[in-house]
Structure formats: C-alpha cells, structure tokens
Design a protein around this ligand. Structure first.
Ligand code: FAD
Length: 335
C-alpha cells in the first residue's frame, strides 16, 4: 500500500471540490486492507474510505488518510431454480456493473442504471431510483471490520437498510470496509415500470431490461446534471418523512404539498417541492447554487469550495425551516 502526501481530491469527488488530502492511498487487495489497519494503529489520524466520491462533500481539506477503494471483479457465483447470485468487488463502477448484468441476460438492476459511484458504496445508503432500492435485490455484503481485521458477512436484515440509510451509515459508520456485494437476480423478470415518467415512455412497447435501462438513462440525463460537466452529488437533501397528522396540518396550509404514504402511517413529502417554494431553484451564491432544473441538486458552477457549497446548503435548510418548520437532512456525507 503506497501512501502519497498532499493529494488533490478533485478527481475523487463529483462536486469537483479541490480539497487536499493529507495522505492518500489506493486499496486494491486484502493485503492493502491489512496494511491500512496497521497504519491506522500506528498513526493517531482518522481515515476516510472513498469510492466514486458521488455522495460526499468535503467542506475543508482532509487531515488524515483518504483510502480510495479499487477492489475489482464480477461473476455469477451461484444459480438456483429461482435466481442468479452475482458478486461484484466494491471498487467496480456501479453503472458498468448494472449494464454488465443486462449484457449477461439478467434482469433486476435496470431501474438503478446511471447512478454514479461504486458497488461497495451502494449498500451504504441503500441506493434507490425509479421504484427500486438496493434492498430489493441484495443478497449479502462482505466486509472487513477495521477495528479487528476480521472478515464478516452481513445478510440483508443485518444491513438494516432503510430510506437512504443503513447500518453502515448509522451505528456502523466508518467501522467496516465493504469488500464485495452479492445480488440475487430472479430468473423471472420483476420489471417495475409504474413510476411516473417511465410508464409513459414505455407505454405499448415490448419490455426488456435493456429498454428499461436505456429509458431510465435518457430520463436521468434530461433531469440531472452530468457531474463531469457541472459538479454535483445528485439529490443533496433527503425527502422528509413525518407522521400522517403532521403532514395533514401542513397540507391544510399548502394545498399542493406532495405526500407519499409510507409504512406505519407516515408520509414522505418532496424536499424538491419545499425548496422550490422557497425560491431556491436556479439561485446562485457565487460559484455554488441550486440547479435550475432540479431544486434538490446543489451544484458547483466552477471553482466553488466545499465551504461555498455548504453555505448554500445551510441557507436552503434555514429557508425551509422558516417557511415550513421542517429541517432538511443532507443525503451525502458531509466531511
Ligand atoms: C448525478 C448523481 C445522481 C445520483 N443519483 C442517485 C440516485 O438516483 N439514487 C441514489 O440513491 N443515489 C444517487 N446519487 C448518490 C450516489 O451516486 C450514491 O450514493 C452512490 O452509491 C455513492 O457511491 P460512491 O462510490 O461515489 O460513494 P462515495 O461518495 O465515495 O462514499 C459514500 C459513503 O460511502 C462510504 N464508502 C464508500 N465506499 C465504501 C466501502 N467500500 N466500504 C465502506 N464504506 C464505503 C464513504 O466513506 C462514504 O461515507 C447520485 C449522485 C450523483 C452525482
């Protein structure tokens, strides 16, 4: 494991923020993981695991070691009468992996096409899009406990996957390095195409995983900024979930307030709608701002620092609190 000093993190975060890592290394093998653990025991410094950096905001330079996960490999490891079990290394690019499963004739991940980042980070926030979440296709997660050096497996229940949340993002934050993920992809396709927008595009067409994937790619490209062109981390805020009664009170005041019923008599509303009502869509503060086509996306228009982006985030949170008495929570990890 080679350690380099003073490395720019600009290529390692999709906001394109030019923070500097005090130390930087690449994790490509189990040997590298063991050396990372030893390094951590010998140095009184924190470390941060980074995949594609598409769910991170660096507010400042990073004092410590940034470990970029590059564990590779993908294969069908088992088949039973119902499903294929497909395992991928944590450093595999998520979208390339999804397309590879489609090329192999397997269905199940098509709705999650074009989500940036790596396979290993996908369970961290239980990635979701267009009516599917990782939890719907996950079989197990392999990880190394960075405190003990021991490998262990997490079944689906142990991952505690929720809305943009998991054991790894909450109680277990920073403790486990995910090395590989195995997915269960049923032989009989369970296509989900009822989501608004997708349904209209596919009306009357012969369904296939490739067609659904291509359709979702086109929809995403029309709505979300490409991080290569405009720095961003996708949705910056989680959609607030509240009790049905609290939602009814707000709805009485704001008749257009969206509401999506959840389990346990809770209702999710749209953070994008709340932000839009506060007039933030398309607003800029210097080089940072809110994307003009999507109020949930904070963008780096060029040269914004992490602090600039965080200042916009805080202003948005304050506006929504003042108007609706709701506190928005960031979806990415803010460092
Ligand atoms: C344009 C755009 C669109 C997006 N759309 C969606 C969407 O539709 N749905 C959605 O859910 N998300 C979306 N995202 C967010 C993001 O793509 C996902 O959260 C993705 O899974 C992050 O992967 P990453 O490899 O970039 O993780 P990173 O940003 O590198 O890391 C995220 C977190 O995971 C940890 N981590 C990374 N790798 C490992 C590992 N191997 N072991 C342990 N911890 C690890 C990091 O320490 C950090 O806490 C979008 C982002 C962008 C830029």
């Amino acid at each position: 494991m080679d350690i380099i000093e003073q490395v720019s993190l600009k290529p390692y975060n999709t906001f394109g923020v030019a923070s500097i890592a005090q130390y930087f290394t690449e994790i490509e093998s189990r040997k590298d993981i063991d050396e990372l653990i030893t390094w951590h025991q010998q140095h009184d410094l924190r470390y941060l695991l980074v995949g594609g950096g598409s769910n991170l905001l660096f507010k400042n330079d990073y004092q410590g070691l940034v470990a970029h996960i590059r564990l590779k490999g993908k294969a069908v490891i088992a088949t039973d009468s119902d499903a294929n079990y497909v395992r991928a290394g944590a450093g595999e690019n998520w979208h390339e992996f999804v397309r590879w499963t489609i090329d192999q004739g397997m269905a199940g991940l098509e709705n999650l096409s074009l989500i940036p980042g790596t396979v290993g980070a996908a369970p961290i926030q239980n990635i979701g899009a267009y009516g599917i979440e990782l939890v719907d296709r996950l079989h197990l997660v392999e990880a190394v406990d960075l405190e003990t050096g021991k490998s262990r497996e997490f079944d689906v229940a142990e991952c505690q996957l929720g809305y943009r949340d998991s054991y790894f993002k909450s109680v277990g934050l920073g403790r486990y390095l995910i090395t590989a993920v195995t997915f269960r992809l049923p032989h009989k396709p369970e296509w989900k195409v009822a989501y608004a927008g997708v349904k209209d595009e596919l009306e009357g067409k012969a369904l296939s995983s490739r067609l659904i994937s291509d359709t979702i790619i086109a929809i995403r490209q029309s709505k979300l900024p490409d991080p290569v062109v405009i720095g961003n981390a996708g949705s910056f805020f989680k959609n607030p979930v509240m009790s049905e009664s609290a939602w009814q009170v707000l709805k009485a005041k704001y008749v257009d307030l969206p509401g999506y019923p959840q389990d346990n008599q809770r209702v999710k509303t749209s953070a994008a709608w709340l932000i839009d009502q506060c007039g933030w869509k398309g607003k800029k503060q210097g080089s940072a701002g809110v994307y003009d086509k999507h109020a949930l996306v904070l963008v780096n228009y060029g040269g914004a620092t992490g602090a600039d982006l965080w200042a916009v985030a805080e202003s948005v949170i304050r506006s929504v609190e003042d108007k609706f008495a709701l506190t928005l929570e960031p979806e990415p990890r803010v460092i």
